[in-house]
Write a protein that binds this ligand. Structure first.
Ligand code: DGT
Ligand code: CA
Ligand code: CA
Ligand code: ZN
Length: 575
């Protein structure tokens, strides 16, 4: 499934057009990209039906370009733009605080073309000769460059998900394997993955290797051995596959699910209990003698290994050496939430702002999906987005929500998504905001502020307005921009005091807050709310991504507003 890949390419085109100061087109490309990244259906299938231009925001022109990518694997228009721009814009824009405007200025003034050039300009002190580029910004940029170097390209979880499902199903159908599972960061539900790690048990490993290295999307075979191979797919994603013995499958899974820190701690624990643990199994230590088969005590399943070590089975999402081993030894692991614990979905859009479906259609779908409530948070804004809610249209919107309430059997919360302005103010007064069930505040503009100002902006909004949810807190968009500079510790503290819930936004290119940040938010005493940020019916189906983030953050039902009884939700929303 190439949806996210194509969406990202369209975003890159938008950036390049913006740099060239082409009017309107960048927004058109971004709108199309946004629709495609939340499309539930495989875009290839949509193209085959000839229905590309039925996707919201995809007109004749963009549809043709998508077809070209699907048919030929590349896009000449994109290549041409890249040449014209003559810069490594993709990489440069991944640095926090750098937008098209600044990149253009850097290119004009200092001839900077790529990240290396930027780093040189900072280190030689040339950067600060440009107006608007002070010492503080230099530091932010340097940090961003370091981050970029230490994090080579990673793939969003949502982009890897259909690939993983497809590969597992191909192998299961092929009957070359008795068991196959995905390990690594993907299995831990991490929001981005470096590569994919598969593990299998087979009586015919050579057939498994053959099938793996000749999968349809494989572009390059990096290694092909008797029991271990590595390939790279057309989109650049690398995948490893190992075949292990049936007796070792559990211990190998434990090892390859990781993470590394978890493995190291577990190994230490095993030693302290008179065992030695490796990917080959758990063995009883007998003096200083070499590890022997007859000393093998466990390894067939993960459960078996954990049990022998006297602990509960630890869910992969929380394996990170963040206290889970101690908790499992005391049989006090958190009761992590699951998909079926969700009673409702926050943060949804409709045709009242930039969504494709009506309020009624969205609410009915949520009801069909078995939810007990839905909250609408259409954009309330002044500029930028096409057709946002304004003070004038607000009453019409609320009246229609009133009508929808009579037609569905679930609770429909009224609300808006309102911009936190540069100075921390909102466009609506407190008393107006209080008329809404749920005020979700977030940021879409001026994202390049330095940390102290940004933190002040956010905290001041949370202090001074009756906000219920702080939306997509870090503003990260995979492949497009890094997290903004924000002191989350201060934000969590302020949010807790003001009873503001932190959002887990499940747009596939956001997953914001991510798992480790959810963990920090919960430890700071905050509650989290899963917001689907759905702009059409299919967007409602992204909620499992939020469950993953919540689980990685050790969230139990009490921590996640979506899991509460309606009465409690209503009470906690009151101001
Ligand atoms: P990624 O691919 O960067 O998203 O992250 P992972 O966690 O999938 O890392 P990867 O693919 O390098 O390795 C898969 C797992 O194998 C990792 O989670 C733990 C295990 N592993 C890899 N290298 C080591 C190591 O040096 N020591 C230990 N104890 N475990 C390792
Ligand atoms: Ca991996
Ligand atoms: Ca790997
Ligand atoms: Zn938003």
């Amino acid at each position: 499934m190439k949806n996210l890949e194509i969406a990202q390419l369209l975003y890159h085109i938008a950036d390049m057009l913006e740099l060239q100061e082409v009017p309107f087109k960048p927004q058109a490309y971004r709108n199309a990209a946004r629709s495609i990244e939340t499309l539930a259906e495989d875009i290839k299938a949509v193209a085959e039906k000839g229905e590309l231009n039925k996707i919201h925001g995809v007109g004749e022109h963009i549809a043709e370009k998508i077809k070209e990518i699907l048919d030929t694997g590349k896009l000449l228009y994109y290549e041409k733009l890249k040449k014209e721009v003559g810069m490594d814009l993709e990489q440069l824009l991944r640095i926090p605080s750098l937008g098209p405007k600044r990149v253009k200025l850097l290119n004009k003034e200092l001839g900077i073309k790529d990240v290396a050039g930027l780093e040189k300009a900072i280190k030689s002190g040339k950067l600060r000769t440009i107006r608007g580029f002070g010492e503080e910004l230099e530091q932010t940029l340097l940090r961003g460059i370091e981050l970029l170097k230490s994090h080579p390209h990673r793939f969003p979880y949502a982009q890897a998900l259909p690939i993983v499902n497809e590969i597992l199903s191909i192998f299961k159908k092929s009957e070359t394997v008795q068991q196959i599972e995905i390990a690594g960061s993907f299995r831990r539900g991490k929001e981005t993955v470096g590569d994919l790690d598969f593990l299998a048990v087979s009586k015919t490993p050579e057939k498994v290797m053959q099938l793996f290295t000749s999968l349809p999307d494989v572009k390059e075979v990096l290694a092909k051995g008797a029991t271990k191979s590595a390939v790279r797919l057309g989109n650049g994603l690398q995948m490893d596959l190992r075949v292990v013995k049936e007796k070792e499958f559990g211990s190998a899974l434990l090892y390859f699910i990781g993470n590394k820190e978890h493995n190291i701690e577990l190994r230490k624990l095993a030693l302290s209990k008179g065992y030695t643990l490796s990917e080959y199994g758990l063995f009883k230590l007998k003096g200083k003698k070499k590890i022997k088969d007859k000393n093998w005590v466990a390894g067939r399943t993960e459960e078996e290994v954990y049990k022998k070590l006297g602990m509960e089975h630890i869910p992969p999402e929380i394996r990170g050496n963040r206290g889970e081993i101690e908790a499992a030894l005391k049989h006090q692991l958190p009761k992590l939430i699951t998909n079926s614990d969700l009673k409702g979905l926050f943060h949804n859009h409709s045709t009242w702002s930039d969504g494709d479906n009506s309020l009624l259609e969205m609410a009915q779908r949520a009801e069909e999906m078995g939810f007990k409530f839905i909250s609408f948070n259409d954009h309330y804004s002044r500029l930028g987005l096409l057709d946002p809610l304004t003070e004038k249209r607000l009453s019409g919107y609320l009246k229609e929500i009133e009508k929808v309430r009579k037609k569905v059997g679930i609770r429909v919360f009224s609300g808006i998504e309102i911009d936190i302005q540069k100075d921390g103010s909102l466009l609506l007064a407190r008393n107006k905001l209080k008329e809404l069930d749920i005020v979700l505040a977030s940021m879409h503009t001026s994202l390049e502020m330095p940390e102290p100002e940004m933190t002040k902006r956010v905290c001041s909004a949370l202090e001074n307005y009756p906000i219920n949810i702080f939306g997509h807190p870090t503003c990260i968009r995979f492949g497009e921009r890094e997290s903004i500079a924000l002191n989350l510790e201060k934000v969590f503290e302020t949010a807790k005091r003001n009873k503001v819930f932190m959002e887990i936004n499940t747009a596939p290119n956001r997953m914001d807050l991510n798992g480790t940040k959810v963990h920090a938010a919960l430890r700071a005493g905050c509650k989290v709310a899963i917001g689907t940020d759905a702009h059409r019916l299919s967007g409602l189906e992204t909620y499992p991504l939020g469950i993953l983030c919540a689980r990685r953050g050790w969230a139990e039902k009490k921590d996640v507003v979506n899991c509460w009884e309606l009465k409690k939700v209503e009470k906690e929303l009151e101001r």
